[in-house]
Write a protein that binds this ligand. Structure first.
Ligand SMILES: [Zn+2]
Length: 340
């Protein structure tokens, strides 16, 4: 579990919690991907604004048909409210369009992330504009919210946003802190219950072996982020599903601008398959459970993506396409030296 845990001073991205590198089995994705051919995946936590068109293509080819992009921080301090506005607008606008152009249905959650809650003058202003975005099409929750450093100010804005979620009748996507995780997770759940929120409306994210039992026992959804080269590897994920079964458990990549893997879900599905986990259990933790949890928003219609999206790359969003000078819609990149 977490012996000799050395707390990190700073934790800017999702991916700096590890003090050890877990040895991964030497298995190549290319030689195993056929094992999951035909399976569909839903990534309920991925930050696509930080990812490339290559990522979108690889995700689509690997069977990811839909995703949720939670609002989070952009890696450096914001200088004003307008950057929040532009960011939220891109989550419900341009990024959703960009995703559709690669055949992936895009949803998002909107919220003031815990880290930026600590800038109180700005946080106050963000709270005022959140309702303008929470009711937009494709917004499936308030998120990602919760604790980072577990400050009093973080708690204040977490509570305020729980009230917003109740009012908007939206699920809550909780980011649990990487430092002092166990305590932060318990605190997040206790506060949600205190606000009268049904745990079946709350997705507790970034779980590990220390937190999962309590999260499940209390009736919350337990989401797991597969972090490459860090503690929560997909090998450990396999063991968690073996131990707890697939009920109310979901896997995500939380891929962002840090070192991360947008194919974390299909790769984990391969590993589960190799370890003898049933296809139905794999389907639940990599697809169905996330849909069931976030569909409480009333915003998810599986017929939009279960049989794939029609892609027309000649479409435009505010006059812009994803194509560059003279490109043909739907043209496939080749991996030769000569770039045509
Ligand atoms: Zn995130």
């Amino acid at each position: 579990m977490c012996q000799n845990h050395k707390e990190l001073e700073q934790n800017p991205s999702h991916f700096e919690e590890s003090e050890e590198v877990v040895a991964h089995t030497d298995l190549s994705w290319e030689s195993h991907r056929d094992l999951i051919r035909g399976m569909r995946f839903f990534d309920p936590h991925i930050h696509m604004v930080s990812r490339t068109t290559d990522d979108y293509e690889a995700m689509r080819d690997a069977g990811i048909v839909a995703l949720i992009e939670p609002a989070f921080w952009v890696g450096q301090p914001r200088t004003g409210l307008s950057t929040f506005k532009d960011y939220f607008s891109s989550l419900v606008g341009w990024e959703r369009f960009r995703s559709s152009q690669f055949g992936i249905k895009h949803y998002c959650t909107i919220g003031l992330n815990s880290r930026e809650a600590n800038n109180e003058p700005l946080a106050e202003q963000v709270m005022e504009i959140l309702p303008l975005y929470l009711y937009k099409e494709g917004v499936v929750g308030v998120g990602e919210i919760g604790f980072d450093d577990q400050t009093a100010v973080e708690e204040k804005y977490y509570r305020m946003q729980l009230e917003l979620a109740k009012k908007a009748q939206l699920p809550v996507q909780i980011h649990t802190p990487h430092r002092d995780k166990k305590r932060g997770t318990e605190r997040s759940m206790a506060i949600a219950l205190e606000h009268g929120i049904d745990p079946s409306w709350v997705i507790v994210d970034h779980n590990n072996e220390e937190t999962v039992k309590s999260v499940l026992d209390q009736g919350f959804w337990a989401a797991f982020t597969i972090y490459p080269f860090t503690k929560m590897s997909n090998e450990r994920m396999v063991k968690i599903v073996e131990q707890y079964g697939p009920e109310r458990i979901m896997v995500n990549s939380a891929a962002d601008w840090g070192i991360s893997d947008p194919l974390a879900i299909p790769k984990t599905a391969v590993l589960m398959k190799l370890n003898g986990i049933s296809d139905e259990a794999i389907r639940l933790v990599t697809y169905q459970n996330a849909i069931d949890a976030f569909a409480k928003s009333g915003q998810i219609d599986v017929s939009d993506f279960e049989n794939g999206l029609t892609v027309d790359q000649s479409q435009k969003f505010n006059g812009n396409t994803i194509l560059r000078g003279g490109q043909e819609p739907g043209a496939k990149k080749t991996n030769t030296l000569i770039i045509k």
